[in-house]
Design a protein around this ligand. Structure first.
Ligand SMILES: [Fe+2]
Ligand SMILES: [Fe+2]
Length: 445
């Protein structure tokens, strides 16, 4: 963790400036935040320490809902105020959580806005209020509210405009991540898909907060005005804390799925103009019975449950009617039989091997994608850009994004932003090499 960077446009109450989010989340206090001012247990309140709130991150976007998550430096409650006009006429204020008790936290707050209008621009701001003292609810004391600058988002839907961008395998490599989010800001798509391996091995919440909400880069507010769909990669299932990642990355709005699909928390199928965007989770990269998982892997039944969900999504009239159908998942679904990747299909239990592509997901999902006439599958995982044309057995092209290691850029391992948009009735796919600024690939699908 590197928190020395002066990038954060944090909003501060009660004193000095930056750097307190990491401090409260268990990292080293710095930049004027004096540790002795806080209680040893952060859940007792912020004490006299300065309080900061990070830039909001738009997550789990839908046609009628939008998630907002943000980092905080200490015990606090959060609300989002929003309106469909810049003057905030008729604005609503929404608390975190659902019914009953409103959640509070010492490192991340989350609010979901629901009942929104599709394809509509909204203006919003976060309001974060620290508990300076919470030894007892009767004697608790609030500090001054911190109000964020006004940001905007536009809900999705068949009449929404704009394209998507995909990032993958960012792996908390901040130098390449800074280049990646700079490119995203330059393109300013309607939505971003973070297609897995955002993390490495996550042992505590502070690490997840840094990666997903508070990255040490100049453009730390990269998702304050463009919403992000998240799909897990294999690394996003690793570490002793990571099973709690929904405390930092909001799952989809529960109203999108039935009770028996409760655990399909991040799968999405949403229209963006003429495109249907569909997110799938390929899970870990070795079989469930692999000894490396210590009995913790239960992905084979997860992939099967997603197959049934996927078939149902393509039967939804608005998804079926989309001119272009694009699927996002972390591990590639295809390798050419004559390619060096082909033997590494993720099926064998082999201590030296793992999936370069998923034969299991291909067998389960491939026929469904063909029947639905999917045009494009966007993947990551291999840390090397690749494009596979459709063939007689496969309706879909496959594009694989690059990796975060700048030392491998010259060998084809450059970090990418994969851009998709409809142009003159065709789907245009552009792959940006963000390490050099060049366009690595440009094709009408
Ligand atoms: Fe990766
Ligand atoms: Fe991966």
């Amino acid at each position: 963790m590197k928190n020395q960077i002066t990038r954060r446009k944090f909003l501060v109450s009660g004193g000095a400036a930056v750097g307190a989010v990491a401090a409260a989340a268990g990292k080293n206090p710095q930049n004027g935040v004096r540790a002795e001012k806080r209680p040893a247990d952060p859940f007792l309140g912020t004490g006299g320490a300065p309080f900061t709130a990070g830039a909001p991150c738009l997550q789990a976007p839908g046609e009628t809902s939008m998630g907002v998550s943000w980092a905080v430096s200490g015990l606090s409650k959060g609300e989002v105020e929003y309106a469909d006009n810049p003057g905030f006429a008729g604005a609503k204020r929404v608390k975190g959580g659902g019914y009953g008790l409103v959640p509070i936290d010492v490192s991340a707050l989350q609010v979901r806005l629901t009942g929104l209008k599709p394809a509509t621009k909204y203006w919003y701001r976060t309001i974060t209020t620290p508990f300076t003292d919470y030894r007892n609810i009767y004697d608790a004391k609030l500090g001054s509210p911190v109000v964020s600058p006004v940001h905007t988002f536009t809900t999705l839907g068949a009449s929404a405009a704009g394209g998507f961008c995909v990032i993958n395998d960012t792996h908390a490599q901040w130098k390449s991540f800074a280049m990646t989010v700079r490119k995203l800001k330059e393109i300013s798509p309607a939505a971003i898909v973070w297609n897995g391996d955002a993390t490495n091995t996550t042992q505590d919440k502070a690490t997840a907060v840094e990666i997903f909400l508070n990255p040490p880069v100049e453009d730390a507010d990269w998702s304050a005005d463009v919403p992000v769909f998240f799909e897990s990669g294999n690394h996003d299932f690793r570490g002793s804390w990571i099973s709690k990642k929904e405390e930092v990355v909001l799952p989809r709005d529960p109203s999108e799925r039935r009770g028996d699909q409760w655990d399909l928390k991040w799968n999405f199928a949403v229209r963006l103009g003429e495109m249907a965007l569909i997110g799938m989770d390929t899970g870990e990269d070795k079989p469930d019975a692999h000894p490396k998982w210590f009995g913790l892997a239960n992905f084979e039944s997860y992939r099967k449950a997603q197959t049934a969900w996927l078939e149902e999504q393509f039967a939804r009239p608005e998804i079926a009617a989309a001119k272009f159908k694009i699927v996002f998942c972390h591990i590639p679904l295809f390798a050419a039989p004559d390619s060096s990747a082909y033997p590494h299909d993720g099926v064998k239990i082999d201590p030296q091997d793992y999936a370069y592509w998923s034969r299991e997901c291909n067998a389960l999902w491939g026929p469904v994608l063909n029947r639905a006439g999917v045009n494009l599958v966007v993947c990551g995982h291999q840390h090397r850009f690749r494009f596979d044309e459709p063939d007689k057995d496969r309706s879909w092209a496959q594009v694989v994004g690059g990796g975060p290691d700048l030392a491998r850029a010259a060998q084809g391992g450059f970090p990418t932003v994969v851009e998709g948009r409809v142009e003159d009735g065709r789907l245009r796919l552009v792959v940006h090499d963000v390490s050099s600024g060049r366009i690595a690939f440009d094709k009408l699908i």
